[in-house]
Design a protein around this ligand. Structure first.
Ligand code: ACO
Length: 370
């Protein structure tokens, strides 16, 4: 038995949800470029869960079901008021989603239909949880979602209590489409491993949130913004990046386990970053980002991943940086739940082996003699 570090190149399951082949990302066979340009997040959610793009009637039905599930139990809101206001937002999300399970009488029903209902509830409730905590920690009351609007609209609306602009809703919707699923990424794998024991869907999502939190995965978008804030000025980019590269430090938002010639999602986010900068007549973050890209790609051959331009996009939408990774979760919960449904429709416990590298033939010495 020989281990492969980080399971690189190991094919651990079959899946018909999304694929990365020759650097092209598809959801159920649809190129991400087409979906990003032409589809809404709710259409993508339908595609991931039910295997097909919805017709108008199916889409309306999904909107209605999401809308009906968007509120969170008042007990969970009250609990969130007890969380430290400076708590890590991914830890808050992980805790609040775990708490939601306590108020769902079907939490432990792992049947397909019950799980579809839970997928809808989780998709609808994650944005409400994130926006509610953002307001609670600022001493404000949560704003309930508004009927008749998309998840992207409502997330922005619940954050501020104000009607978001059409361009902000469109940018947020596109970001949600781009983050929805990504083959067997670390958090999706974590979700599948958890539910494959026949644990419940909430446990799977809590596992996934924990995995996404790390800076080598979803946490990179926040780390990118911290870097941009630290650099602070276009004139400082070269020195800062050069010193990081010389010290062999990682530049957040670059590199990918699967894509070696660039992440197909990054170009959409780059375009959005430029457009938002132009619209606000402030291209500072965009210019800093493109300069960083030129240096890192030029010297290391590493290309930006989905997290790199997300940072400037979300900042230009007025979103605090510690909500970036929770936004990733708001989108990716669609993929996590699709993978959980797929795993459980043809389940086998996931239990790989380890190559043992410890000592052998140890002689046992009683504690008195050690
Ligand atoms: N900056 C500088 N060097 C890098 C970077 C980076 N961002 N990424 C990889 N490298 C270098 C490594 O140091 C390593 O060099 P070496 O062979 O000289 O030791 C080589 O490239 C291979 O990198 P690994 O870390 O072994 O690649 P792995 O496939 O294990 O990791 C990962 C992929 C985690 C994405 C990595 O590129 C990284 O840490 N990037 C920064 C964090 C990040 O942006 N994560 C988000 C990924 S996308 C997502 O999850 C949503």
């Amino acid at each position: 038995m020989t281990a492969t570090k980080g399971l690189e190149g190991i094919v651990a399951t079959t899946s018909s949800i999304s694929s990365i082949i020759d650097g092209v990302l598809t959801y159920r066979g649809y190129n991400i470029d087409d979906l990003a340009e032409h589809s809404t997040f709710e259409e993508v959610v339908h595609l991931l869960w039910f295997g097909k793009l919805p017709n108008q009637e199916e889409l309306s039905e999904l909107h209605t079901r999401l809308e009906k599930n968007a509120a969170i139990p008042s007990a969970v809101v009250e609990q969130m008021k007890l969380y430290p206001s400076d708590a890590n937002t991914m830890a808050v999300l992980r805790t609040a989603i775990s708490a939601l399970a306590l108020y769902d009488e079907h939490a432990n029903d792992t049947g397909h239909d019950a799980n579809v209902n839970k997928a809808i509830a989780l998709q609808a409730q994650l944005p409400t949880v994130v926006a509610a905590f953002a307001r609670i920690r600022a001493g404000k009351e949560p704003v309930p979602p508004k009927a008749g609007h998309s998840i992207a609209y409502n997330f922005l609306y619940m954050l501020t209590g104000e009607e978001p602009s059409a361009s902000a809703v469109s940018a947020m919707d596109k970001a949600l489409v781009l983050h929805a699923d990504h083959e067997l990424n670390a958090s999706t794998f974590a979700a599948r491993v958890t539910v494959a024991t026949l644990s419940d869907m909430y446990s799977g999502i809590v596992s996934a949130i924990g995995a996404l939190k790390g800076p080598l995965h979803g946490g990179a978008n926040e780390a990118v913004m911290m870097m941009l804030e630290e650099i602070a000025d276009l004139d400082h980019v070269d020195d800062y990046i050069q010193s990081k590269l010389d010290n062999k430090e990682k530049i957040m938002g670059f590199g990918h386990r699967v894509y070696k010639n660039g992440d197909p999602r990054a170009k959409h986010l780059q375009k959005m970053s430029r457009e938002l900068g132009e619209a606000s007549d402030n291209l500072k973050l965009y210019d800093m980002s493109t300069r960083i890209e030129a240096l890192v790609t030029g010297q290391k051959g590493l290309k930006p991943n989905v997290d790199f331009y997300s940072a400037s996009v979300y900042t230009m939408l007025g979103i605090p940086r510690d909500l970036f990774t929770p936004i990733f979760a708001i989108s990716r919960v669609s993929g996590w739940t699709a993978h959980i449904l797929e795993q459980l429709d043809n389940n086998r416990i996931i239990r790989p082996r380890a190559e043992y590298t410890g000592p052998s033939n140890q002689l046992f010495i009683p504690i008195q003699a050690r």
